[in-house]
Ligand binder design. Sequence first.
Ligand code: SF4
Length: 277
Amino acid sequence: MALSVVDLYVKILAKTNCKDCGFPTCIAFAGMVVSEKLPLKNCPHIDPDLLAPAQEELNEQYAQGKWLKKDMAAEALSLAKEKAASMALEDIARRIGAGPGTHDGPLKGIDHIVLPYFNQTLLISKDRVTDQTGGDLTRNEQTVVYIHMASGGNTSPTGNMKSFKEFPNTVSKIVSMRDLVETPLKKAFSSRRQAFEIACKKAGGTDVKDRYESLDLAFQFRIFPKIFITLLFWDESEGFEANVKLLFDETILDHLDIEATLFLSEHLCKLLKDSVT
Ligand code: SF4
């Protein structure tokens, strides 16, 4: 019989809330055991006669996925992959601006396409995304690539750049964009204009300052062939704080969803910060 959080609490645990397991209460510990596979033996106060059979019971319910916390990132990747897999690679390549696969390299002999991504080139088959050395991308990066493949529309960038909040359904993500991207960049590069410029160039940015007046820096990044992000930077001066804003081509949501757009912005932020540390 499966063991729920309440079953564990009532039938197995000592209910003393002693915190020896590292959790503030027995019920909190039970929740982690049931939903995140925390070993039951982490509580040192369980009757030894109950421990083994209870752990066995838990292992069975883990195998069935019962009450386990869902791995949302894995589900997102699997869904995006499934959607992209139902489309012809040549058609995807035409829509997103990818090129035909190479005859050698890590995906030799496997139907694939090649796609520029920041400063590198990705090799993409229906079920694998690698860099040119055969290294796998992170799960989040793979998800973004498959979302792009599945949703990449036929539109081309217009060069008309808009701020994040001008796009629909971004209200819940505006704070994330500020806290995870713009503020960290502002803090990292305030009074470091030259370092910021070097970082932008290293990350493959093109100087577009001539398109914007009264800015200290403006760089455009081609993330994928049809995905462009422009970074604007005002350095601190005369009592005004530094400021960073990202702009996105008005067609970006034809090719990605809001989550993926935010992820790519965070990735750009990380690249820029890492390049000067
Ligand atoms: S160590 Fe055991 S008894 Fe103590 S709080 Fe954790 S689960 Fe409860």
